[in-house]
Design a protein around this ligand. Structure first.
Ligand SMILES: *Cc1c(COP(=O)(O)O)cnc(C)c1O
Length: 431
């Protein structure tokens, strides 16, 4: 299968080239040239398939020209060695818990899959690939963990000093091996700017193969469709139509769910739930897409003012607002509403939501006001301990720290402190 640029469909590349480049030369996002539905018996018998078999069949058509079947099976086995339970919260409301991976973020799936693909592509290549990524917290840990120990790939992660939580910093700085943490004296935007500058600096790119690891990369974006299928497998026996509410920032996750629907998965509707960064909820009302400067919230992994994957969602719906409205609703919620709902759900049911999951819950309830028959699943995208301060302040309790987090808390932090682009450049040229 080829992938074309959303800016110019005549630019077509293989899966491998799309993964290595990240973005098309004309700055368009890559998109699969076709999406062929899976056979209907796949969905009829899905309960009998293991998660790894489901993932293999679902992703096969996108990657088969570049990754042999046996290698693909191995990549999937390395990616999916943890659970994706659907947990009932109340009548017709359940959550798909995506936080049982090594860094307790849903990004573990995409990061691991991409890391394993790059590792596969770099076999037999003389030159290492360097993944350069800026993080405001959550992405970095998942990327670092996913790429740890992958031969032929080095990872350099920039994070703003003092601006990420202690847990997040430990996840970035304690791994060693092929992972280097750059502690930047500045804010996230400074990290982001340094990364962008490096990609355009030919003194670096002449010597080094640089790539990025954000959700515009097809190898991080597409495998996210797996867990929508896992949720379907667990919920099918309810015999009801399913709606998914996805807490959204860059809209890669929800867009992957829509690809699962194109593959034939029965879904009644999608809800994109956001915090006050409400570019998409506004667009869904009036058809005007107006990017904004991002606003800081307690669900900070969704503080995005110009969601990069939304063009893919528009493209999936022929860029037609009415068609899109039939498949997608989008609502935005304040921090106050998010905290109030965390409290309410905890006192009614005992379930502890993180602030991102709580935004997803709110969106689901909003949609269900007028569509009460459907079975709703909201995605819990992070474990509550990843956002410990908010959870402690809001609920007055301290969730138990899981073993994979405790393990890194004892390790020693190692980072390179830098204050300017020049220091990053010198590092990249020397290493
Ligand atoms: C990245 C992230 C999101 C947003 O996902 P997108 O694919 O960017 O929409 C939501 N919740 C958490 C916890 C995240 O880390």
């Amino acid at each position: 299968m080829k992938f074309y640029s959303l800016n110019n469909q005549n630019i077509k590349v293989s899966f491998k080239d799309a993964v290595i480049a990240g973005i098309a030369p004309d700055k368009g996002l890559y998109f699969p040239e076709s999406i062929t539905p899976l056979p209907s018996d796949f969905f009829e018998n899905i309960e009998e398939l293991s998660n790894q078999e489901i993932a293999f069949q679902a992703i096969h058509q996108f990657v088969n020209e570049d990754i042999p079947d046996e290698a693909l099976k191995e990549i999937i086995a390395n990616t999916l060695d943890f659970d994706f339970p659907v947990v009932d919260i109340e009548e017709s409301v359940a959550t798909l818990e995506l936080f049982h991976g090594p860094t307790m973020a849903f990004k573990d799936v995409g990061a691991r899959f991409m890391a394993n693909c790059l590792g596969n592509f770099s076999q037999g290549e003389k030159q290492d690939v360097t993944v350069l990524v800026a993080t405001s917290g959550d992405t970095g840990g998942a990327v670092a963990n996913g790429f740890l120990g992958v031969d032929g790939v080095k990872v350099v992660i920039l994070y703003p000093s003092g601006k990420v939580s202690e847990i997040q910093e430990k996840q970035l700085t304690t791994l060693g091996q092929n992972i280097e943490a750059m502690e930047v004296d500045g804010v996230f935007d400074d990290c982001q700017r340094m990364v962008k500058t490096a990609f355009l600096d030919s003194e670096i790119t002449d010597h080094k193969k640089l790539t990025s690891a954000n959700s515009i990369n097809v190898a991080r974006w597409l495998p996210q469709l797996f867990y929508f299928l896992f949720a379907y497998k667990q919920s099918k026996s309810k015999g009801k139509e399913i709606i998914f509410s996805v807490p959204s920032g860059n809209f890669g996750n929800i867009c992957a769910g829509m690809v699962a629907q194109k593959l034939g998965m029965p879904v009644k509707h999608f809800v994109a739930s956001t915090n006050v960064n409400d570019v998409v909820p506004k667009f869904m009302k009036n058809g005007i897409y107006e990017p904004m400067a991002s606003i800081a919230t307690i669900s900070n992994a969704m503080d995005v003012g110009d969601p990069s994957n939304f063009v893919r969602i528009r493209h999936l719906h022929q860029d037609n607002l009415e068609t899109l409205q039939q498949h997608l609703s989008s609502y935005s919620f304040t921090d106050e509403a998010t905290k109030a709902t965390m409290k309410e759900v905890y006192s009614k049911t005992g379930y502890v939501m993180d602030p991102h999951g709580a935004v997803g819950y709110l969106g689901l309830k909003e949609y269900q006001k007028n569509h009460s028959n459907a079975y709703g699943i909201f995605l819990e995208t992070a474990h509550p301990v990843k956002f410990l301060d908010v959870v402690e302040d809001t609920l007055g309790l301290s969730p138990e720290i899981p073993p994979q987090i405790l393990k890194v808390m004892d390790q020693e932090k190692k980072s390179h402190q830098i204050a300017s682009y020049e220091e990053l450049k010198q590092y990249l040229l020397k290493n």
